[in-house]
Design a protein around this ligand. Sequence first.
Ligand SMILES: [Zn+2]
Length: 259
Amino acid sequence: MGRGKKKQAECTYCGKIRRLSEDHVPPKGLWGEPYPLDLIVVPSCKECNDGFSKDDEYFRTIISIAEDVGDHPVVQQVLPIVNRSLTRKDFPGLPKTILRNTEIVYRQGTSGLYEPAALYTMDRPRIERVISRVIQGLFFHRFGRRLAPTYFAWSEMLGMVPTKVPPVFTPLLKAFNNERLEYIGNDGFVYGVLIDSEDPDMTFWILVFYGRCYFIGFTTPKEMKPGDGLEELIRSRFTKGHGLGDLTPNLQHLKTLGL
Ligand SMILES: [Zn+2]
């Protein structure tokens, strides 16, 4: 408000010099009202600050109706809003999208009997767009500057209550301990970041929504695409010789988060 709105400055996302307003990271629509006071905001131009976009709404819907998140207080607050948005007659696109991508499967329950369950196929690119933006915003929030324009933010979804973390990520997760994690908005969002000591634009993130929905994210040079070289990248840049290898593995806090 006030000064920030009138003064021209650099937008967190596009880097253009504009009149800026505040953009919430992650989107504040993930919470219900009254909004927690500790939500993160970053300066953003009007074009980049599109409020609660369709991607954001999709993301909120998918993670809030997921199995096992329902007992989180933030989800209980936001679910009535999600349900309303799913029954809106003037905007049938979202429920249709979700139904089209849902199939009923039978799986073995704890009793040993097979029970029906809804299996939903997510629109990953859409989710990744939301997370990439969140990482760019968090980068600004933590380091007080934009991510270098030759770098980009990308993510991998570990899923809901991941029981098996892909081995390639274990050394990174081990490097986190409680002090490195920040709890935002009644624990509706938790994140942590590691920085490559030789390259301050190369970072690794862990993001947890509603205590159950896990992502890991990276900022890397644009030519360094996720995929084949990922394991090598992690080994060479984030673990060996960067002071991380000496940390006592502490997965206990991740267990308390459900990992
Ligand atoms: Zn912008």
